[in-house]
Design a protein around this ligand. Structure first.
Ligand SMILES: [Zn+2]
Length: 340
């Protein structure tokens, strides 16, 4: 059971962290030091902004109500949200949000927020709680600041390998609120088409969406493989198709490695952290796909400025609650620690 609620006169004390994903959200409740008190997942019936905001409010009310017994609004409760699109950090406006969900369950249910959405304001209005909204890469960098390499270095970056590829960066202990379009660093002139409308981006080789498409092409399937798990499974089969799909995972790792080399040379970082599906990015999983990804990734030193070739590149399996916890920590940093 959670810590007892503090007195109503207290300032902001708890943060609800919410990760908005295609057709679902994950929410955690954190105390003021970032400790996790509760976690839940909810489906979202459609990805219209009004539906998403309504579900964020419902999730917050239920999680806070069942864990702490506090009805909303309440001055002790803050909300941090993360979303996989560019965000204006100072006012929590989502500048664009689109996705082509890779899960075959949602095939054909692409969505696109074409106009900027003042998501922080809209959630604040719906819940009565102070709210911050951050891009997923920046949120994961905040998670890493609190619990990862941020404990040993002041300057590092994270890379997220999800449907697409994104990232975030801390320099001298400050989260950089700059566009950090890691996934759209160009690694192959005239290469594969990217969802950004450009060619040869990292995203076009290394995101789960891209790997599924490439794997489908190399084995001559009529469409993309139905899931990244299916592509990972093909790699274990030992035939010529398996070798071709393994090559696609190696290419994915090499694309990320190329981007890492670029970022290391630009910022002189000591550490970079890659978050992704365990069976894709972590060779300790024993999967051939992950071994191939790691082999591709390890090409980065030859492309890096010599001084930074010894930087540590660490891979982490992305756990289901990591994104929500990361979002909650953004609220802890901006709405709780700065107030109390
Ligand atoms: Zn691109």
């Amino acid at each position: 059971m959670a810590a007892p609620p503090s007195t109503p006169e207290a300032g902001p004390t708890f943060a609800v962290g919410i990760e908005i994903l295609p057709y679902q959200l994950v929410a955690v409740l954190l105390d003021s030091s970032g400790g996790k008190l509760g976690m839940r997942r909810w489906p979202i019936v459609d990805m219209e902004t009004a539906t998403v905001i309504d579900q964020v409010a419902t999730a917050t009310v239920e999680l806070v109500g069942t864990t702490l017994g506090i009805p909303l609004p309440d001055p002790r409760i803050t909300i941090g949200v993360q979303i996989g699109g560019p965000v204006s950090t100072k006012d929590g406006v989502v500048l664009a949000y689109a996705n082509h969900p890779t899960d075959s369950l949602y095939a054909g249910r692409d969505y696109h927020w074409r106009e900027p959405v003042p998501l922080a304001d809209l959630i604040r209005r719906e819940t009565g709680c102070p709210t911050v909204v951050e891009n997923d890469g920046a949120a994961f960098a905040t998670l890493e600041k609190h619990y990862g390499v941020g404990q040993e270095t002041s300057s590092f970056a994270v890379v997220l390998v999800r449907d697409g590829v994104g990232g975030g960066i801390f320099l001298n202990n400050r989260l950089m609120t700059i566009p950090f379009e890691f996934g759209h660093i160009k690694v192959q002139p005239e290469g594969r088409w990217c969802v950004s409308g450009d060619r040869g981006c990292i995203d076009a080789y290394a995101g789960r969406r891209a790997v599924r498409a490439i794997a489908g092409e190399v084995i001559g399937a009529e469409s993309d493989l139905e899931s990244i798990e299916a592509a990972i499974a093909v790699c274990e089969e030992g035939d010529i198709e398996a070798r071709q799909v393994i090559a696609a995972f190696r290419q994915a790792g090499a694309a990320v490695g190329h981007g890492i080399a670029t970022v290391l040379s630009l910022f002189g970082l000591s550490h970079m952290v890659i978050y992704g599906l365990r069976e894709m990015v972590d060779p300790r999983s024993g999967r051939k796909a992950a071994e191939a990804f790691a082999a591709g990734l390890n090409s980065f030193p030859s492309l890096t400025y010599p001084l930074y070739r010894s930087a540590q590149v660490i891979t982490r399996a992305m756990d289901v609650a990591d994104g929500a916890q990361a979002a909650g920590l953004v609220a802890v940093d901006r709405l709780i620690r700065t107030c109390n």
